[in-house]
Design a protein around this ligand. Structure first.
Ligand SMILES: [Zn+2]
Length: 429
């Protein structure tokens, strides 16, 4: 394999160094004058981060390849700075068997742009009743470690308890989409408050999330197992997680880029682009989520990248599909809002977008320090670049991009996956 010399990169804000990459590994860090036969990537002025890891990606293959395929989602991930993405199980068919998980793994390898890591369903068919083949999925070639019925909540306390007990045996984790279906039913689509009443939209109250998270952290304590809270959206959930961590309960949590910036006021125009589950919340919640990400209560940023075909998204607000794109813009959003405000430095971005998600998912070859011997998965960021998001430039097959037209500071310059440059300046290399 070719040798790659990356010159003058600021290692997660820790000072400029040169990096020599051979056979997919970083073999030297320091001042490297030259390397015979190496491709040179000039990273002067760029920040190098360990390759980004997304705990929460929806690829639509199998079943809805018109909205996203594993290949198109991998391309969007690579230009977004990602080297590993966890593919949620709510495809058609659902990833609830070892064979289905291995198929996702193989399609990801065939695309070859990022590690596509299958998430296994907690329950068969995401029906919330009978546990899926958790052990078989874990023991398969796919080595599934993260299980989630995402899109649905594992609402039955007994099923959740059994799932936690089961995955504990092999160090797995259950990622919960926390939504009490009695408090926020299938039509709930707007933060419950004065605005949802005025707009006539079915309310999705914060307590529907908070009550499930409170139950789940107690189940995690009771079972001695590990729970992960997907897309935290309220200040109340942050309080529960902060308390649980203080008790030593094994809970981790993620926040999406959109919940760090966008607020429920955007719903006044009934634009389905802003319809997402959990819904956009008021500014007080956004402020609490930013603070929680900065202080470590929330461990990771995860995109909840949710591509949808036009004919599923362009409907009256109540009928449109839930979800927004996120892979290509996540780093710029985090840079703009968290680094720009001083809440995180670049070492902090490395923590929340690479190290913590890799640790939560048990991915030992990702989230490593940029040091000799580490796998050469890295993301080069230009902190001074400004980007104006253009949804038509996306490599995703879908266009439901809530950032369209916004200008953000900080952009992915290049992504290196296994020693190979996979993307540069918004295009596949
Ligand atoms: Zn979800």
């Amino acid at each position: 394999m070719a040798t790659l010399l990356i010159t003058g990169a600021d290692l997660a804000g820790g000072g400029a160094q040169d990096l020599l990459v051979e056979d997919g590994r970083i073999v030297e860090v320091g001042t490297i004058r030259s390397a015979k036969g190496a491709d040179v990537l000039d990273a002067d002025g760029l920040v190098a981060l360990p390759g980004l890891v997304d705990l929460h990606t929806h690829l639509r293959e199998p079943g809805r390849e018109d909205a996203e395929t594993i290949a198109s989602g991998s391309a969007a991930a690579a230009v977004g700075g990602y080297t590993a993405i966890l593919a949620m199980a709510n495809t058609d068919p659902v990833t609830d068997t070892a064979e289905a998980a291995e198929r996702i793994l193989d399609l990801g390898r065939a695309a070859g742009l990022v590690d596509v890591v299958p998430v296994g369903a907690v329950t068969k068919g995401l029906a919330g009743e009978e546990l899926a083949e958790l052990g078989l999925m874990h023991r398969s070639r796919a080595g599934v470690t993260v299980f989630s019925d995402d899109g649905h909540c594992v609402a039955d306390s007994r099923v959740m308890r059994r799932a936690l007990e089961y995955v504990r045996a092999f160090g797995g984790v259950v990622s919960q989409h926390a939504q009490d279906p009695h408090l926020a039913g299938p039509h709930a689509c707007a933060h419950e408050g004065e605005l949802s009443g005025r707009l006539g939209l079915p309310g999705w109250p914060g307590i529907a999330e908070e009550s499930i998270v409170a139950r789940d952290v107690m189940l995690a304590r009771h079972t001695g197992s590990r729970v992960h809270v997907a897309h935290v959206s309220t200040a109340g959930t942050v309080e529960v997680i902060r308390w649980a961590k203080a008790q030593g309960i094994a809970v981790t949590a993620e926040v999406t880029p959109h919940h760090l910036v966008l607020t429920t006021d955007l719903l006044t125009g009934y634009d389905p682009t802003y319809k997402v589950n959990p819904p956009l919340r008021p500014q007080e919640d956004v402020d609490a989520l930013r603070a929680a990400l900065a202080d470590g209560t929330i461990d990771a940023v995860a995109t909840d990248h949710a591509p949808h075909a036009r004919h599923d998204k362009e409907h009256a607000f109540v009928d449109a599909a839930f979800g927004m794109l996120g892979l290509e813009t996540a780093l710029s959003v985090v840079s703009d809002v968290m680094v720009g405000s001083g809440l995180l430095d670049w070492a902090g971005v490395a923590r929340v977008m690479s190290q913590a998600p890799a640790r939560i998912a048990g991915l030992t070859s990702h989230g490593q320090a940029l040091a000799e011997g580490s796998p050469a998965h890295l993301t080069l960021v230009d902190p001074t670049a400004t980007v104006t998001v253009d949804r038509s430039a996306s490599l995703s097959l879908s266009r439901n991009n809530p950032w369209h037209g916004r200008t953000l500071q900080g952009a992915v310059h290049a992504t290196v996956f296994g020693g190979r440059v996979t993307a540069q300046k918004g295009a596949i290399a």
